[in-house]
Design a protein around this ligand. Structure first.
Ligand code: PMP
Length: 440
Protein backbone atom coordinates (compact mmCIF):
# COMPACT_ATOMS: atom_id res chain seq x y z
CA UNK A 1 0.00 0.00 0.00
CA UNK A 2 1.42 3.36 -1.04
CA UNK A 3 1.92 6.04 1.62
CA UNK A 4 1.21 8.67 -1.02
CA UNK A 5 -2.16 10.38 -0.68
CA UNK A 6 -2.82 11.00 -4.33
CA UNK A 7 -5.59 12.68 -6.29
CA UNK A 8 -7.39 9.47 -7.09
CA UNK A 9 -6.37 7.44 -4.02
CA UNK A 10 -5.61 4.82 -6.69
CA UNK A 11 -2.68 2.58 -5.84
CA UNK A 12 -2.60 1.11 -9.36
CA UNK A 13 -1.44 4.08 -11.39
CA UNK A 14 1.58 3.40 -13.63
CA UNK A 15 4.81 5.00 -12.45
CA UNK A 16 5.93 7.70 -14.89
CA UNK A 17 9.70 7.54 -15.20
CA UNK A 18 10.94 9.58 -18.14
CA UNK A 19 9.85 11.89 -20.92
CA UNK A 20 10.64 11.93 -24.63
CA UNK A 21 8.98 14.68 -26.69
CA UNK A 22 5.26 13.93 -26.82
CA UNK A 23 5.65 10.67 -24.85
CA UNK A 24 5.78 9.69 -21.19
CA UNK A 25 7.50 6.37 -20.49
CA UNK A 26 6.61 4.28 -17.46
CA UNK A 27 8.99 2.18 -15.38
CA UNK A 28 8.25 -0.90 -17.49
CA UNK A 29 9.26 0.96 -20.66
CA UNK A 30 5.70 1.42 -21.97
CA UNK A 31 5.27 4.62 -23.99
CA UNK A 32 2.15 6.79 -23.69
CA UNK A 33 1.41 9.39 -26.36
CA UNK A 34 0.44 12.51 -24.40
CA UNK A 35 -2.72 13.77 -26.05
CA UNK A 36 -3.88 15.97 -23.18
CA UNK A 37 -0.82 17.35 -21.37
CA UNK A 38 -2.35 16.08 -18.10
CA UNK A 39 -4.95 18.78 -18.29
CA UNK A 40 -3.54 21.09 -21.00
CA UNK A 41 -0.27 21.64 -19.15
CA UNK A 42 2.60 20.04 -21.08
CA UNK A 43 2.54 22.29 -24.14
CA UNK A 44 6.19 21.73 -25.07
CA UNK A 45 6.33 18.00 -24.45
CA UNK A 46 8.45 16.33 -21.82
CA UNK A 47 12.05 16.94 -22.79
CA UNK A 48 12.46 20.55 -23.91
CA UNK A 49 16.17 21.40 -23.66
CA UNK A 50 15.77 25.20 -23.63
CA UNK A 51 13.39 25.16 -20.68
CA UNK A 52 15.49 22.62 -18.76
CA UNK A 53 18.61 24.71 -19.34
CA UNK A 54 16.89 27.92 -18.18
CA UNK A 55 15.87 26.22 -14.92
CA UNK A 56 19.35 24.75 -14.39
CA UNK A 57 21.03 28.11 -15.03
CA UNK A 58 18.75 29.90 -12.58
CA UNK A 59 19.33 27.19 -9.97
CA UNK A 60 23.08 27.75 -10.24
CA UNK A 61 22.71 31.54 -9.93
CA UNK A 62 20.00 31.87 -7.28
CA UNK A 63 17.26 29.41 -6.38
CA UNK A 64 15.11 31.78 -4.31
CA UNK A 65 14.76 35.33 -2.99
CA UNK A 66 11.67 36.41 -1.06
CA UNK A 67 9.57 39.10 -2.77
CA UNK A 68 9.25 41.16 0.43
CA UNK A 69 12.97 41.85 0.17
CA UNK A 70 14.00 41.58 -3.48
CA UNK A 71 12.92 41.59 -7.05
CA UNK A 72 15.01 39.45 -9.45
CA UNK A 73 16.19 39.62 -13.00
CA UNK A 74 14.22 36.41 -13.64
CA UNK A 75 10.91 37.95 -12.48
CA UNK A 76 11.47 41.33 -14.17
CA UNK A 77 12.38 39.70 -17.49
CA UNK A 78 9.32 37.48 -17.30
CA UNK A 79 6.95 40.37 -16.55
CA UNK A 80 8.35 42.60 -19.31
CA UNK A 81 8.15 39.82 -21.90
CA UNK A 82 4.63 38.78 -20.93
CA UNK A 83 3.28 42.33 -20.98
CA UNK A 84 4.94 43.05 -24.32
CA UNK A 85 2.93 40.12 -25.80
CA UNK A 86 -0.34 40.62 -23.89
CA UNK A 87 -3.39 42.43 -25.31
CA UNK A 88 -3.01 46.22 -25.01
CA UNK A 89 -4.50 47.40 -21.72
CA UNK A 90 -3.19 44.52 -19.65
CA UNK A 91 0.01 45.93 -18.25
CA UNK A 92 0.64 44.65 -14.74
CA UNK A 93 1.56 41.07 -13.78
CA UNK A 94 1.27 39.28 -10.45
CA UNK A 95 3.10 35.93 -10.66
CA UNK A 96 1.86 32.99 -8.58
CA UNK A 97 2.36 29.23 -8.44
CA UNK A 98 -0.69 27.88 -10.27
CA UNK A 99 -4.19 28.38 -11.60
CA UNK A 100 -6.19 28.42 -8.37
CA UNK A 101 -3.73 30.90 -6.86
CA UNK A 102 -4.14 33.14 -9.90
CA UNK A 103 -7.93 33.07 -9.47
CA UNK A 104 -7.72 33.84 -5.74
CA UNK A 105 -5.44 36.79 -6.51
CA UNK A 106 -7.86 38.01 -9.19
CA UNK A 107 -10.89 37.84 -6.89
CA UNK A 108 -9.11 39.61 -4.05
CA UNK A 109 -7.65 42.29 -6.32
CA UNK A 110 -11.11 42.97 -7.75
CA UNK A 111 -12.65 43.24 -4.28
CA UNK A 112 -9.88 45.47 -2.98
CA UNK A 113 -10.16 47.73 -6.04
CA UNK A 114 -13.80 48.47 -5.18
CA UNK A 115 -12.98 49.00 -1.50
CA UNK A 116 -10.34 51.55 -2.48
CA UNK A 117 -12.92 53.27 -4.69
CA UNK A 118 -15.39 53.50 -1.82
CA UNK A 119 -17.76 50.80 -3.10
CA UNK A 120 -17.72 48.30 -0.20
CA UNK A 121 -21.23 47.03 -1.07
CA UNK A 122 -19.75 45.13 -4.03
CA UNK A 123 -19.38 41.63 -2.60
CA UNK A 124 -20.92 39.22 -5.11
CA UNK A 125 -19.66 37.35 -8.16
CA UNK A 126 -21.44 36.20 -11.28
CA UNK A 127 -20.02 33.17 -13.08
CA UNK A 128 -21.35 30.42 -15.33
CA UNK A 129 -22.71 26.93 -14.82
CA UNK A 130 -20.45 24.07 -15.94
CA UNK A 131 -17.25 26.04 -15.47
CA UNK A 132 -14.12 25.24 -13.47
CA UNK A 133 -11.94 27.89 -11.87
CA UNK A 134 -9.90 25.90 -9.35
CA UNK A 135 -10.04 23.96 -6.10
CA UNK A 136 -9.43 26.61 -3.43
CA UNK A 137 -12.48 28.12 -1.75
CA UNK A 138 -12.67 31.39 -3.70
CA UNK A 139 -12.08 29.62 -7.01
CA UNK A 140 -14.58 26.92 -6.06
CA UNK A 141 -17.17 29.64 -5.34
CA UNK A 142 -16.81 30.88 -8.90
CA UNK A 143 -16.87 27.38 -10.40
CA UNK A 144 -20.18 26.15 -11.72
CA UNK A 145 -20.08 22.39 -11.21
CA UNK A 146 -22.81 21.63 -8.71
CA UNK A 147 -21.20 18.38 -7.53
CA UNK A 148 -17.83 20.01 -6.84
CA UNK A 149 -19.46 22.85 -4.86
CA UNK A 150 -22.01 20.97 -2.85
CA UNK A 151 -19.92 19.91 0.19
CA UNK A 152 -18.25 23.31 0.57
CA UNK A 153 -21.17 25.61 -0.30
CA UNK A 154 -21.49 27.03 3.26
CA UNK A 155 -17.89 28.30 3.08
CA UNK A 156 -18.20 30.20 -0.19
CA UNK A 157 -18.36 33.71 -1.63
CA UNK A 158 -21.89 34.56 -2.73
CA UNK A 159 -21.97 33.75 -6.45
CA UNK A 160 -24.74 33.35 -8.97
CA UNK A 161 -24.34 31.34 -12.14
CA UNK A 162 -25.74 31.99 -15.60
CA UNK A 163 -25.81 29.53 -18.52
CA UNK A 164 -22.63 28.74 -20.42
CA UNK A 165 -22.53 29.61 -24.13
CA UNK A 166 -22.68 26.07 -25.52
CA UNK A 167 -24.00 25.95 -29.08
CA UNK A 168 -24.11 22.17 -29.44
CA UNK A 169 -26.68 21.86 -26.66
CA UNK A 170 -28.10 25.36 -26.32
CA UNK A 171 -28.70 26.83 -29.77
CA UNK A 172 -32.34 26.54 -30.81
CA UNK A 173 -33.53 25.24 -34.22
CA UNK A 174 -33.22 28.06 -36.72
CA UNK A 175 -31.35 30.38 -34.36
CA UNK A 176 -28.14 31.85 -35.84
CA UNK A 177 -24.89 31.47 -33.87
CA UNK A 178 -24.81 35.26 -33.48
CA UNK A 179 -28.30 35.58 -32.06
CA UNK A 180 -27.65 32.61 -29.78
CA UNK A 181 -24.43 34.27 -28.53
CA UNK A 182 -26.23 37.54 -27.82
CA UNK A 183 -29.13 35.77 -26.12
CA UNK A 184 -26.71 33.96 -23.82
CA UNK A 185 -24.74 37.14 -23.04
CA UNK A 186 -27.97 38.92 -22.15
CA UNK A 187 -28.40 36.45 -19.29
CA UNK A 188 -25.67 38.48 -17.58
CA UNK A 189 -27.74 41.67 -17.93
CA UNK A 190 -30.79 39.91 -16.48
CA UNK A 191 -28.81 38.48 -13.57
CA UNK A 192 -27.29 41.90 -12.82
CA UNK A 193 -30.77 43.42 -12.76
CA UNK A 194 -31.97 40.64 -10.45
CA UNK A 195 -29.20 40.98 -7.85
CA UNK A 196 -28.49 44.72 -8.27
CA UNK A 197 -25.46 45.63 -10.40
CA UNK A 198 -24.04 47.81 -7.61
CA UNK A 199 -23.51 44.67 -5.47
CA UNK A 200 -21.41 42.81 -8.03
CA UNK A 201 -17.60 42.74 -8.11
CA UNK A 202 -17.01 40.83 -11.31
CA UNK A 203 -18.21 38.43 -13.95
CA UNK A 204 -15.79 35.55 -14.48
CA UNK A 205 -15.68 33.11 -17.40
CA UNK A 206 -13.35 30.86 -19.39
CA UNK A 207 -13.16 32.12 -23.02
CA UNK A 208 -13.01 28.47 -24.13
CA UNK A 209 -14.51 26.19 -21.49
CA UNK A 210 -12.03 23.45 -20.66
CA UNK A 211 -12.52 20.59 -18.25
CA UNK A 212 -16.24 20.98 -17.53
CA UNK A 213 -17.54 21.03 -21.10
CA UNK A 214 -14.58 19.94 -23.26
CA UNK A 215 -13.12 22.80 -25.34
CA UNK A 216 -16.23 24.88 -25.94
CA UNK A 217 -15.60 28.33 -27.46
CA UNK A 218 -18.29 31.00 -27.17
CA UNK A 219 -20.58 31.81 -30.09
CA UNK A 220 -19.66 34.88 -32.16
CA UNK A 221 -20.54 38.19 -30.53
CA UNK A 222 -20.92 36.68 -27.06
CA UNK A 223 -17.88 38.17 -25.36
CA UNK A 224 -18.23 41.57 -27.07
CA UNK A 225 -21.74 41.83 -25.60
CA UNK A 226 -20.44 40.60 -22.21
CA UNK A 227 -17.77 43.33 -22.28
CA UNK A 228 -20.42 46.00 -23.04
CA UNK A 229 -22.65 44.81 -20.20
CA UNK A 230 -19.77 44.80 -17.68
CA UNK A 231 -18.74 48.31 -18.78
CA UNK A 232 -22.29 49.61 -18.52
CA UNK A 233 -22.51 48.54 -14.88
CA UNK A 234 -18.92 49.13 -13.78
CA UNK A 235 -18.53 45.38 -13.12
CA UNK A 236 -15.06 43.93 -13.74
CA UNK A 237 -14.57 41.25 -16.38
CA UNK A 238 -12.22 38.45 -15.31
CA UNK A 239 -11.26 35.92 -17.98
CA UNK A 240 -9.87 32.63 -16.77
CA UNK A 241 -7.32 31.47 -19.35
CA UNK A 242 -5.62 29.05 -16.99
CA UNK A 243 -6.39 26.20 -19.38
CA UNK A 244 -7.17 27.83 -22.74
CA UNK A 245 -4.45 30.49 -22.64
CA UNK A 246 -0.75 30.44 -23.55
CA UNK A 247 -1.15 29.50 -27.18
CA UNK A 248 -3.44 26.51 -26.68
CA UNK A 249 -6.08 27.90 -29.08
CA UNK A 250 -3.54 29.21 -31.63
CA UNK A 251 -3.16 32.73 -30.20
CA UNK A 252 -1.18 33.51 -27.06
CA UNK A 253 -4.35 34.65 -25.26
CA UNK A 254 -7.64 32.98 -26.23
CA UNK A 255 -9.54 36.27 -25.83
CA UNK A 256 -7.62 37.73 -28.78
CA UNK A 257 -9.96 35.65 -30.99
CA UNK A 258 -13.04 37.12 -29.30
CA UNK A 259 -11.82 40.67 -29.90
CA UNK A 260 -12.03 41.89 -26.30
CA UNK A 261 -9.68 42.79 -23.46
CA UNK A 262 -10.70 41.84 -19.91
CA UNK A 263 -9.85 43.84 -16.78
CA UNK A 264 -8.09 40.80 -15.35
CA UNK A 265 -6.88 37.60 -16.97
CA UNK A 266 -5.49 34.53 -15.23
CA UNK A 267 -2.99 32.11 -16.77
CA UNK A 268 -1.11 29.02 -15.53
CA UNK A 269 -0.76 25.44 -16.86
CA UNK A 270 0.92 26.04 -20.26
CA UNK A 271 2.87 28.95 -18.81
CA UNK A 272 5.11 26.54 -16.92
CA UNK A 273 4.50 23.78 -19.49
CA UNK A 274 4.85 21.29 -16.62
CA UNK A 275 8.48 22.24 -15.99
CA UNK A 276 7.67 24.49 -13.03
CA UNK A 277 4.49 25.22 -11.07
CA UNK A 278 3.71 28.78 -12.16
CA UNK A 279 0.77 31.01 -12.95
CA UNK A 280 0.02 34.71 -13.19
CA UNK A 281 -2.71 37.29 -12.94
CA UNK A 282 -2.54 40.18 -15.40
CA UNK A 283 -4.55 43.34 -14.82
CA UNK A 284 -5.04 46.83 -16.18
CA UNK A 285 -3.01 49.78 -14.91
CA UNK A 286 -6.32 51.27 -13.69
CA UNK A 287 -6.75 48.48 -11.13
CA UNK A 288 -3.14 48.49 -10.06
CA UNK A 289 -2.90 52.29 -9.85
CA UNK A 290 -6.11 52.66 -7.85
CA UNK A 291 -4.66 50.38 -5.18
CA UNK A 292 -1.22 52.00 -5.45
CA UNK A 293 -2.73 55.47 -4.95
CA UNK A 294 -4.99 54.24 -2.14
CA UNK A 295 -3.65 51.91 0.50
CA UNK A 296 -0.58 51.30 -1.66
CA UNK A 297 -0.58 47.62 -0.81
CA UNK A 298 -2.39 44.65 -2.36
CA UNK A 299 -3.45 42.62 0.67
CA UNK A 300 -2.34 39.28 -0.64
CA UNK A 301 0.77 37.15 -0.93
CA UNK A 302 2.33 33.69 -0.91
CA UNK A 303 5.81 32.53 0.05
CA UNK A 304 6.62 31.39 -3.48
CA UNK A 305 5.37 34.42 -5.47
CA UNK A 306 7.62 35.07 -8.43
CA UNK A 307 9.90 32.13 -7.61
CA UNK A 308 13.05 32.70 -9.70
CA UNK A 309 13.20 29.17 -11.12
CA UNK A 310 9.51 29.32 -12.05
CA UNK A 311 10.08 32.72 -13.64
CA UNK A 312 13.08 31.43 -15.60
CA UNK A 313 11.05 28.47 -16.88
CA UNK A 314 8.06 30.66 -17.78
CA UNK A 315 10.30 33.07 -19.69
CA UNK A 316 11.82 30.22 -21.68
CA UNK A 317 8.33 28.87 -22.43
CA UNK A 318 7.06 32.31 -23.47
CA UNK A 319 10.02 32.78 -25.80
CA UNK A 320 9.03 29.57 -27.57
CA UNK A 321 5.37 30.48 -27.73
CA UNK A 322 6.17 33.89 -29.22
CA UNK A 323 8.84 32.79 -31.73
CA UNK A 324 6.39 33.24 -34.62
CA UNK A 325 6.54 29.53 -35.57
CA UNK A 326 5.15 27.61 -32.63
CA UNK A 327 1.63 29.05 -32.64
CA UNK A 328 1.39 28.78 -36.43
CA UNK A 329 2.13 25.08 -35.94
CA UNK A 330 -0.58 24.89 -33.24
CA UNK A 331 -3.19 26.32 -35.63
CA UNK A 332 -2.06 24.02 -38.46
CA UNK A 333 -1.91 20.85 -36.34
CA UNK A 334 -5.23 21.75 -34.72
CA UNK A 335 -6.89 21.88 -38.16
CA UNK A 336 -5.22 18.61 -39.16
CA UNK A 337 -6.23 16.83 -35.97
CA UNK A 338 -9.84 18.03 -36.17
CA UNK A 339 -10.01 16.95 -39.83
CA UNK A 340 -8.68 13.47 -38.96
CA UNK A 341 -11.13 13.18 -36.06
CA UNK A 342 -13.91 14.22 -38.41
CA UNK A 343 -12.83 11.55 -40.96
CA UNK A 344 -12.87 8.79 -38.38
CA UNK A 345 -15.70 9.88 -36.06
CA UNK A 346 -17.75 12.30 -38.17
CA UNK A 347 -20.44 9.68 -38.84
CA UNK A 348 -19.92 7.59 -35.70
CA UNK A 349 -23.28 6.87 -34.03
CA UNK A 350 -21.89 7.70 -30.58
CA UNK A 351 -19.93 10.86 -31.35
CA UNK A 352 -22.21 13.88 -31.12
CA UNK A 353 -19.79 16.77 -31.59
CA UNK A 354 -16.15 17.53 -32.42
CA UNK A 355 -15.23 21.11 -31.48
CA UNK A 356 -12.54 23.45 -30.23
CA UNK A 357 -9.84 25.85 -31.36
CA UNK A 358 -6.18 25.19 -32.12
CA UNK A 359 -4.89 22.18 -30.19
CA UNK A 360 -7.76 22.37 -27.71
CA UNK A 361 -10.37 19.92 -28.92
CA UNK A 362 -13.45 18.30 -27.40
CA UNK A 363 -15.16 15.11 -28.55
CA UNK A 364 -18.61 14.55 -27.11
CA UNK A 365 -19.88 10.99 -26.58
CA UNK A 366 -23.61 10.39 -26.85
CA UNK A 367 -25.90 7.40 -26.66
CA UNK A 368 -28.05 8.77 -29.48
CA UNK A 369 -26.60 11.13 -32.04
CA UNK A 370 -29.98 12.39 -33.27
CA UNK A 371 -31.43 13.28 -29.87
CA UNK A 372 -27.99 14.06 -28.31
CA UNK A 373 -28.97 11.84 -25.38
CA UNK A 374 -25.98 11.15 -23.11
CA UNK A 375 -25.05 7.68 -21.90
CA UNK A 376 -26.37 6.48 -18.56
CA UNK A 377 -24.06 8.10 -15.96
CA UNK A 378 -23.79 4.84 -14.04
CA UNK A 379 -21.78 3.46 -16.99
CA UNK A 380 -18.99 5.94 -16.16
CA UNK A 381 -18.10 5.89 -19.82
CA UNK A 382 -15.45 8.61 -19.47
CA UNK A 383 -13.56 6.49 -16.94
CA UNK A 384 -13.77 3.48 -19.24
CA UNK A 385 -12.34 5.53 -22.12
CA UNK A 386 -9.49 6.80 -19.95
CA UNK A 387 -8.56 3.33 -18.83
CA UNK A 388 -8.84 1.81 -22.36
CA UNK A 389 -6.73 4.69 -23.71
CA UNK A 390 -4.01 4.09 -21.10
CA UNK A 391 -4.04 0.39 -22.08
CA UNK A 392 -3.55 1.49 -25.71
CA UNK A 393 -0.68 3.83 -24.72
CA UNK A 394 -2.60 7.10 -25.00
CA UNK A 395 -3.20 9.83 -22.41
CA UNK A 396 -6.46 11.67 -23.08
CA UNK A 397 -8.67 13.54 -20.65
CA UNK A 398 -12.21 12.18 -20.56
CA UNK A 399 -14.69 13.87 -18.22
CA UNK A 400 -18.25 13.31 -17.16
CA UNK A 401 -19.88 16.71 -16.95
CA UNK A 402 -23.38 17.80 -16.02
CA UNK A 403 -25.39 18.47 -19.14
CA UNK A 404 -28.98 19.71 -18.88
CA UNK A 405 -29.10 18.25 -15.40
CA UNK A 406 -27.93 14.87 -16.70
CA UNK A 407 -24.48 13.39 -16.76
CA UNK A 408 -22.69 13.43 -20.14
CA UNK A 409 -19.25 12.34 -21.29
CA UNK A 410 -16.63 14.07 -23.38
CA UNK A 411 -12.94 13.66 -24.17
CA UNK A 412 -10.63 16.65 -24.01
CA UNK A 413 -7.60 16.62 -26.31
CA UNK A 414 -4.78 19.08 -25.62
CA UNK A 415 -1.57 17.55 -27.00
CA UNK A 416 1.85 19.23 -26.91
CA UNK A 417 2.43 21.95 -29.51
CA UNK A 418 5.31 19.89 -30.96
CA UNK A 419 2.87 17.22 -32.18
CA UNK A 420 3.83 15.95 -35.64
CA UNK A 421 1.56 14.97 -38.53
CA UNK A 422 2.38 11.27 -37.92
CA UNK A 423 1.50 11.65 -34.28
CA UNK A 424 -1.94 13.08 -35.12
CA UNK A 425 -2.52 9.78 -36.97
CA UNK A 426 -1.28 7.72 -34.01
CA UNK A 427 -3.46 9.76 -31.65
CA UNK A 428 -6.65 9.22 -33.66
CA UNK A 429 -5.94 5.48 -34.17
CA UNK A 430 -5.39 4.91 -30.46
CA UNK A 431 -8.41 7.01 -29.51
CA UNK A 432 -10.57 5.04 -31.91
CA UNK A 433 -9.28 1.81 -30.35
CA UNK A 434 -10.00 3.14 -26.82
CA UNK A 435 -13.52 4.35 -27.65
CA UNK A 436 -14.27 1.05 -29.38
CA UNK A 437 -13.13 -0.89 -26.31
CA UNK A 438 -15.00 1.37 -23.86
CA UNK A 439 -18.42 1.63 -25.54
CA UNK A 440 -21.01 -0.74 -24.05
N1 PMP B 1 -9.07 27.57 -14.06
C1 PMP B 1 -9.21 26.69 -15.06
C2 PMP B 1 -9.97 27.10 -16.29
C3 PMP B 1 -8.67 25.41 -14.95
O1 PMP B 1 -8.85 24.53 -15.95
C4 PMP B 1 -7.95 25.06 -13.78
C5 PMP B 1 -7.32 23.68 -13.62
N2 PMP B 1 -7.91 22.66 -14.30
C6 PMP B 1 -7.82 26.02 -12.77
C7 PMP B 1 -8.37 27.26 -12.95
C8 PMP B 1 -7.06 25.70 -11.52
O2 PMP B 1 -5.72 25.56 -11.79
P1 PMP B 1 -4.74 24.73 -10.82
O3 PMP B 1 -5.17 23.31 -10.92
O4 PMP B 1 -3.38 25.01 -11.36
O5 PMP B 1 -4.92 25.29 -9.44
Amino acid sequence: MSALFHRTCDANLPWAESGDGCYIIDRHGKRYLDACGGAAISCLGHSDEAVKTAIRDQLEKLPFAHTSFFTTEAAETFADLLISKAPAGLNRVYPVSGGSEAIEAALKLARQYFLERGEPQRTRLIARHQSYHGATLGALSAGGNAWRREAFAPLMIETSHISPCFEYRGRAEGETPLSYGLRMADELEHELQRVGPETVIAFIAEPVVGASLGAVPAAPGYFKRIREICDRHGVLLILDEVMCGMGRTGTLFACEQDGIVPDIVTIAKGLGAGYQPVGAMLCSAELHDTIAAGSGFFQHGHSYLGHPMAMAAATAVLRRLTDGETLRHVAHMGDMLRARLQDVFGQHPNIGDIRGRGLFIGVELVNDRETKTPFDPSLNLHKRVKSAAMDAGLMCYPMGGTIDGRQGDHILLAPPFILSADQTGELVDKLSQAIGAALP
